[in-house]
Structure formats: C-alpha cells, structure tokens
Design a protein around this ligand. Sequence first.
Ligand code: HNI
Length: 147
Amino acid sequence: MVVWTESELSIINSIFSSLDYEDIGPKALCRCLIVYPWTQRYFGGFGNLYNAAAIKSNPNIAAHGIKILHGLDRAVKNMDGIKETYAELSTLHSEKLHVDPDNFTLLGNCLTIEIAAKLGDGFTAETQGTFQKFMAVVVNALGKQYH
Ligand code: HNI
C-alpha cells in the first residue's frame, strides 16, 4: 500500500483546494492533445480538433478537461484507497474506451506542467515530487483493470 506522509497529504490538499478546475482542466487536456497528437484518436466525436487553435477553442474538450479533474478529486478524497476508487473508471477506460494506459502518464505530465506554470515559485521541488507521486499512484490505479 502507498504510504503518505503528513507533509505529502498537506501538499496534495493545498494544490487541489486552490486549483481552478475550469482553467487548468481544459489547459491540461488541450496540451496533451497538441503535444501528443495520437491521443486525439479517442475524441473523434468531440468536434473540430484540426489544429491547436481549434482544440483550444473546442467546448467539448474544455468540458472534458474539467471532468477529468473532478475524476482526480475522487483520489484526493480517498488517498488510502486510490486503487479501489478507480476500479470502475479503469474498467471503463480499458474495456469500453480502449484508451492505451500509457496515455494516462502523458496527461499527467501535461497537468504537472500546467500546475507548475500556475504556481510559479510555489511549485517547489518538494511540491513536484509529491504531485508526481500522486499522479503515479493514480496512473497505476487507472491501469489496474487492463489485461
Ligand atoms: Ni478519461 C471519460 C477520468 C485520462 C479518454 N475519463 C472519463 C471520465 C472520467 C475520466 C471521470 C467520465 C467517465 C464517465 O462518464 O463515467 N481520464 C480520467 C482521469 C484520467 C483520464 C482521472 C487521468 C488522469 N481519459 C484519459 C486519457 C484519455 C481519456 C489519457 C485519452 C487519451 N476518458 C477518455 C474518453 C472518455 C473518458 C474518450 C469518454 C468521453 C465521452 O464523454 O465520450
């Protein structure tokens, strides 16, 4: 089981309590779709993804970016049971959506960059280390139902 120190729990809570979901969610998903264009294949029904400008102004993508952050909220509220929390979401991404689990890491990288840009000097090495540990646990949990 993953062990969290008091300091790590406090860093994760502080990141998420100050996070503007409506800003960072869309930015993280847009960055992922632009930097790693093969991730666009899962969003064929979302409308125009023709270029970076189209992706950034696509309301369906923005809404989905916000939805993903709310998905991460579930982990923040269940830090000692992230695997169980994501069992159903993992099955959905695997069996129904057929999302390659490597993409979870790519999205996590983009989210890390957006949070770093937002926090500026506040994104210390300690903050980064804790956030990346959190995302690694989330990615692992989301990949659990793949076989
Ligand atoms: Ni993901 C649906 C959470 C990564 C493609 N995804 C969801 C939903 C949540 C969610 C919540 C809504 C489920 C429902 O309707 O019951 N996704 C997350 C989280 C991560 C993640 C927490 C990682 C941090 N998803 C990804 C990645 C891709 C992805 C990396 C593809 C590159 N997700 C999808 C698609 C859907 C989806 C596609 C369905 C969208 C729709 O509405 O049709």
